[in-house]
Every structure is written in C-alpha cells, then in structure tokens.
Write a protein that binds this ligand. Structure first.
Ligand code: NAP
Ligand code: MG
Length: 481
C-alpha cells in the first residue's frame, strides 16, 4: 500500500493530527490502494500561509519562465504515464486505456498552457487624448482554491492548475477523497519540474471541513469548483458573491436521433457516451430521444450491443465497462432505477447490481436501458452517474428539441441527423454550453472552452483561452507622458 502526503511549501507533510484515510480498489473493495492525510482546517491554514508567502515571487516571475515549468511537468507526466495510470485505475476504477488516455490528456493540457506563455496578455486601444497610451493587461487573481471531483482525477486538476499557474496565481488544491492519487502524481511532476516552494499546495481530507476554509479565508481570492450540483449549489449560496467563484456541476445530457440519422453511428455514440467509464462523466449521455419511425430499430440495436459489453476490472485487457467508484454510488444508481420503475419506466436490459462471481468484491452495476412512456420520473430528471440511459420517443424534430431542453441542466447535447438544416435548428435551439453534431455527448478537445449553463455551471468557462477570464483580473491603463 502506498502512503501519499500533503504538499505544503514544497514539503511532503502528514496532517497535524496524524490521522489518515484510505482508498479502496472499486474492482476489489478489500484491496486498500493508498493512504492519505486526513487533514483538518489547521492544515489548510498552513497551506494558505505558504501560498501567501510564495505569491509575490511567482507573480514577478516572467510568464515564459512559468510556462517552461509547465512544459517540463508535461514531459515528466508522459515519462511516468505507466505507474500513474496503473495507480489511477486501481483507485478510481476506470479501465487502464482510459486512465492512460486521461493522463496523456493532462500532459497535453500542460503543454497547451505552456504555449500560451508566449501569447499576448493585453490589448492596445486608440486613446481619446494625445500622448496617452491606453491598454489593458491581465494580472493574477492572487491565491486560488481548487476543489476537484474524483471522476477525472488528473484531467480536471490539470484544467485548473495549468492556467492558474501560467497566469501567476498561487494555488491550493483539494482533490476528491475517493481518488486523490492522480492529483498527487500531477503535483509531484510540477515540483520535480522546478516549481518554487509554496506556489502549489496540496491538501487532502474531507471536503466539507476543508472546503469551508477555502470559501471563508479572506486571503483566498477565488475558488474554482467542479463537482456535484448539491455541493456546488451550497457553495454558491454560502459565498454570496464574496469571492470570484467558478462552478462546473452536473449534467443530464440528451442525445437526439432523428429519423434520417445514420443509426449505426448514432447507436455506437450512445454506447460510448452512456456506458464507457460506467457513465461517470458529467458529459455522459443519460437521456436518449428518438424519433418514432426509428424507435424500435434503435432499441433493438442498443439492447444487442449492451448485452455484448464486457464489464469488469479495468486492469484486465479487453474490459470495456469499469466498476463504479464505490458501493454507495452503486446503491444510489440502484435506488434511482427502482424509483424510475415505480414511476413507470420499462426496463429493456440490465437494471441490477452485479454481485456474483468475479463481481462479488467490486462495485458493479449492469449497463442498463430504460424506455420511458412519458418524460418524467427520476430517470428523466436526475443525474445518476452510472451506466444507465433512459429513452423517450418524439413525434417530430421540434418535439425532440423541446424534450432535450426539458432539464435544469445545460452542459452538452447531441443530435444525429443527415440534414444540415436540421442540425442548424438544433445548434441554435439546444440550451447548453456545448453542442455535438453527429458525435457522442462525451469528449472535449483541450484547447476550446468547456462548461455549461443553467444548473451545470457558472462563473466562466474552463480550458482554452476562455480559462484566462477566471484566472486573471483585467486592468485598464491610461499612461500619459
Ligand atoms: P462532490 O461530491 O460534489 O465533490 C467534489 C469535491 O468537492 C470533492 O473534492 C469533495 O471533497 C468536495 N466537497 C464536498 N463537500 C464539500 C463542501 N461542503 N465544501 C467544499 N467542498 C466540498 O462531487 P464528486 O462526487 O466528487 O464528483 C461527481 C460530480 O462532479 C458529478 O455531479 C459530476 O457531474 C460533476 N462533474 C462536473 C464536471 C463539469 O465540468 N461540469 C466535470 C466532472 C464532474 P470530498 O471528496 O472530500 O468529499
Ligand atoms: Mg460525491
């Protein structure tokens, strides 16, 4: 079993209390993967002290020099991809190829932002008065708190850390307790790449006790949070506009299949979007809306493909669908399925916890498909974060669009059609931050804005140039001489 520590001021430290918590392999619950410090607010305060001391030096470091550290960290992460992704799979459950791909993705994000280190950080304007140079520039926000979820345990910490560091902020990272290992590995790469002491501090432990320090300590200027709707909504209310706050929350993402679609491609996209990574993606396809003339055919194709999916331990070659993060998650998914059935959902395949034989020690739920006679009930409204997809039929493209938008979430939506005018109607009509045409709802390029509207997100987009908005403050300068 590995023991990983907090990083405060570039030193690896235990929690002040000495208390620990452990992570368990989702494929074999009896296997303890690693132990981590169960930190308390006093540890978080030490991290804030370290960040405060480090901030002036890091702010004064030229951006290309900051970028060079990110570039070196990217190289180190690529060199370490095998041990990092193996630990990742043991702890988070995702299949090894998925964990590998995410780790290499994280390296690409570091590279992308290191490239941004030579881009303009301001704009020159024509001045209304003579001898006046009028320009804008971007400055660091200051100390930034980052709170991340377990389902992309290396990509999401990197989305936040890379722009935060490039633009000169000092950072405190609080990764999710269910899978903090990949974030530890990422921070290790940054330290080995030469990051000065105190610029990134890593504190592990319970979100409810540590998150409060990040939200209330006046020295922290901004908090970026990715996680559940429930926690995010609470943080937004508690913050009451006091700090700069970025929220990336859940989704209930629709995929629409119109009658003219290439059904084979559409069905494959549903399989990939709804079931891979056990549906534990904020962008997962959890609602499928099918035009009536092709409904029967789509359901038949889906059921056949779902039955062929290989569910199991993500370390085994050829496994497609991994276990869920823990037993609690499995029980939550089962509860929502039972409530959905009570509300009238018709089970087409799956619907049950897998607990026999090779699954006995793991956290498995069968890939599941439900047909809903009406667009209502928890399978239509709630984010399950499991391998479950609910299907409704639509009488027309207009009705399909209305059904797609019938949710409090607004992260991503997809439509399959061979008609460009129809695609354009959906591009304009979807109420989401991201639209996919003839593509799965999941997947995101590293250099473009990512995020949602409505309950799915607020406070500015992540990734790409859009990330700059959150991690900098804009200053306008009138320079008369
Ligand atoms: P979560 O339970 O909300 O936890 C997210 C993070 O918040 C964890 O680090 C957690 O720490 C911490 N936390 C818990 N309670 C807190 C509190 N009171 N104050 C401050 N921080 C607190 O979410 P999760 O279960 O890890 O992740 C799954 C959720 O993330 C899903 O809803 C998914 O849709 C969403 N997600 C959204 C996006 C997006 O970009 N839109 C991307 C990925 C995931 P502990 O782990 O110690 O509790
Ligand atoms: Mg949670």
């Amino acid at each position: 079993m590995l023991t990983k520590l907090n990083v405060i001021n570039n030193e690896k430290v235990a929690s002040t209390s000495g208390k620990l918590f452990q992570t368990h392999n989702p494929a074999h619950q009896s296997e303890v993967v690693a132990s981590y410090p169960l930190s308390e607010p006093i540890d978080m305060l030490s991290a804030v002290d370290a960040a405060q001391t480090a901030l002036p030096g890091w702010r004064a470091t030229p951006i290309p020099a900051r970028a060079a550290i990110l570039r070196k960290a990217a190289r180190l992460l690529v060199e370490r991809v095998n041990p990092v992704s193996e630990h990742f799979t043991r702890e988070e459950g995702k299949t090894l190829p998925e964990a590998r791909m995410e780790t290499l993705r994280a390296a690409e994000i570091l590279e992308y932002f290191s490239g941004q280190g030579r881009y303009p950080i301001g704009e020159m304007y024509p001045a209304e008065t003579p001898k006046n140079q009028l320009y804008s520039l971007r400055e660091p926000v200051g100390i930034v708190g980052l709170i991340t979820p377990w389902n992309f345990p290396i990509a999401i910490p990197t989305w936040k850390l890379a722009p935060a560091l490039l633009y000169g902020n000092a950072v405190i990272l609080k990764p999710a307790s269910a899978a903090p290992g990949p974030a530890c590995d990422l921070v290790e790469c940054l330290l080995d790449a030469g990051l000065p002491a105190g610029v990134v501090n890593l504190v592990m432990g319970s979100g409810s006790s540590l998150g409060n320090v990040l939200l209330t300590d006046e020295r922290i200027n901004a908090v970026s949070f990715t996680g559940s709707e429930e926690v995010g909504t609470r943080l937004r209310t508690d913050n009451a506009g006091k700090k700069k706050l970025q929220m990336e929350l859940g989704g209930k993402n629709p995929l629409v299949i119109l009658a003219d679609a290439n059904l084979e491609k559409a069905v494959n996209a549903v399989i990939f979007g709804a079931f891979w990574s056990a549906g534990e993606k904020c962008t997962a396809t959890s609602r499928l809306i099918v035009e009536k003339p092709v409904l029967e055919q789509v359901l038949e194709m889906l059921v056949k493909k779902i039955k062929e999916l290989k569910v199991g331990d993500g370390l085994i070659d050829g496994i497609q669908i991994c276990p869920l993060i823990n037993r609690q998650a499995v029980n939550t998914v089962a509860d929502i399925c039972r409530a959905g059935e009570t509300a009238g959902a018709e089970l087409l395949v799956g619907g049950n916890i897998l607990s026999e034989g090779e699954y006995a020690d793991g956290c498995y739920f069968a890939p599941s498909l439900y047909h809903l006679p009406k667009p209502e009930g928890p399978l239509w409204t709630e984010e399950l974060f499991g391998p479950v997809c609910a299907v409704v039929s639509a009488d027309s493209p207009e009705q399909a669009l209305a059904l797609a938008n019938d949710t409090r979430f607004g992260l991503v939506a997809s439509v399959y059609t061979q008609s460009l005018p129809s695609a354009q109607e959906f591009i304009q009509g979807f109420h989401t931050g991201i639209v996919q045409i003839n593509r799965a709802t999941t997947g995101a390029d590293v250099h473009v804005p990512f995020g949602g509207i409505k309950q799915s997100g607020s406070g500015g987009r992540e990734q790409g140039l859009a990330a700059r908005e959150f991690y900098t403050n804009l200053k306008t300068v009138y320079l008369e001489w």
